[in-house]
Design a protein around this ligand. Sequence first.
Ligand code: COS
Length: 391
Amino acid sequence: MNQDATELSATGMDFSLSEEHLMIKDMARDFAKNELLPGVIERDENQKFPKELINRMGELGFFGMMADPQYGGGGLDAISYVLAMEEIAKVDASAAVMMSVNNSLVCWGLQEFGSEAQKEKYLTPLAKGEVIGAFCLSEPEAGSDATSQKTTAVDMGDHYLLNGTKNWITNGSTASTYLVFAQTDASKRTHGINVFIVEKNTPGFSIGPKENKLGIRGSDTHSLMFTDVRVPKENRIGADGFGFTFAMKTLAGGRIGIAAQALGIASGAFERSVAYAKERKTFGKPIADHQSIQFKLADMNTQIEAARLLTLKAAWLKDTHQDYVTASSTAKLFASKVAMDTTIEAVQIHGGYGYVREFHVERMMRDAKITQIYEGTSEIQKIVISRALLK
Ligand code: COS
């Protein structure tokens, strides 16, 4: 550590990454460049993510980064996860969302709140990346207003009977293990919601057609239907009525993942813009020599740097067991806007080339939009932040 860094850490501030963090970042960058970049345009075009590539991400440990090694996870901190997410999302935001759901919503939720038997049976294959998970909260009439769950779970003694429909489920058909939220007692509002582990081939569980989306087209999004689906009682996570708290707690961490995804989309578009600005010539010189382009790049970089700091701060708060709820909403709110603004500018810098598939930035612009919508819209993040400020 150099002297400046020593002085900074003595005051409690240290922005340097450890060697392990840098190794993880490099590993994710190499994987993204060598294995995700080829084929990313086709995956977007065809809305297909090959099983072999999912398996490869699993083998490399990208699906259970923060889970305990005892259950097959990488045992890494949230900072490592953010660094890897940024590098993956720079190249393929669809791969990043699959990773985000499995790591922060499914694995983290099971690890924190699952029973020992649930961890052994379900967390272990999920953390090893042998199977993929899905987080099934949203419904046709319950997205932002997550309390208004219409899916019901009736207590039948040794099992629950699930009925209802879930919407916009990431990994909808790729997943094998689904965390499904349902009302067990609507009169209790948030305290009448439970979350259940549902296996893919359970009778009565069916998967709707794939959504034809604007962006993150490589990842599969489906509605899911449940008709008299029997779920063993031991598959309920936590005490009766714990489901809504489970959703809020997992989403607080999930939002750090989505902030990192947004950051990656923005920094990917930025890196492409810098490279293009140096190559492309107009009026007899590279467009990087025009001040209008220089100022755009300076603004993009400033925004990205701020988004990165907010995202890493939220991860650091989580790693150091401090309250990160407001910080994760702040990071997601800001980073998702940066992703949108930066990718729009990246297309502008690329001009006509930015408007065609081969130059990647139009896909990034389409991918960016969802980061302002899922795991809590920007408006929901403002509710979370302002409530904390005013309480
Ligand atoms: N951790 C633990 N508990 C939390 C919490 C958190 N981060 N946030 C809220 N809660 C608890 C509250 O303390 C409250 O508990 P009590 O009922 O015991 O008082 C309960 O959850 C309900 O909270 P609240 O009254 O604030 O509920 P609202 O219906 O007003 O909704 C928001 C709160 C808007 C924050 C919540 O519905 C939300 O996050 N919605 C967005 C959901 C979302 O992200 N959807 C996308 C689907 S996943 S792609």
